[in-house]
Design a protein around this ligand. Structure first.
Ligand SMILES: Cc1cc2nc3c(=O)[nH]c(=O)nc-3n(C[C@H](O)[C@H](O)[C@H](O)COP(=O)(O)O)c2cc1C
Length: 152
């Protein structure tokens, strides 16, 4: 099973979370700016992460999502996370990411996840890097379960 993690990060916090996820799940990881459509070949699960900028994914992330071709994620599972503040005004970029991934044909595997930064530049709140690893392990179990169910 092949997993691809794509992220965008202005100050490095989302990158740390993405790396922790990738380490736990054992796939490939790239910045969205490096994305090429061939990267999706044979991918079973695509995970996309972005900082929240004004309640939205970052503009680079939106640009990547808007260029995804219709149907390019057909037959693939998708998951999304964002990083931002822990308050009620923070917004939810990850749900917007998922919506666009679904529009490209992806199937959401698990609920989106937010990882908390203390300030705009970081650092991440204590324990968030580990929590990202745990989230990724849960994703892996879920992916094994759905692909196992499909093949029986
Ligand atoms: C221009 C800008 C707008 C932001 N808007 C939000 C926001 O609407 N909600 C939020 O929770 N955090 C907001 N933040 C904080 C970012 O989410 C934070 O910088 C990010 O999680 C850090 O990740 P990074 O180091 O990967 O860039 C904003 C930060 C910037 C620079």
């Amino acid at each position: 099973m092949k997993t691809l993690v794509l992220y965008e990060s202005k100050f490095g916090n989302t990158e740390k979370i993405a790396q922790s996820i990738n380490q736990a799940i054992g796939g490939e990881i790239y910045n969205v700016a490096e994305f090429r459509p061939e990267m999706l070949d044979d991918v079973d699960l695509l995970i996309v992460g972005s900082p929240i900028h004004g309640w939205q994914p970052s503009s680079e992330t939106v640009q990547f999502l808007n260029h995804l071709e219709t149907g390019s994620l057909k037959g693939k599972y998708v998951a999304a996370f964002d990083t931002g503040f822990k308050n009620i005004f923070s917004g939810n970029a990850a749900s917007r990411i998922i919506r666009k991934l679904e529009r490209a044909g992806g199937k959401q595997l698990v609920p989106t996840q937010k990882f908390v930064v203390v300030q705009s530049e970081g650092p991440l709140a204590s324990g968030e890097v580990d929590r990202a690893g745990s989230w990724a392990l849960g994703l892996r179990v879920e992916l094994e379960e759905v692909t196992h169910t499909m093949s029986h």
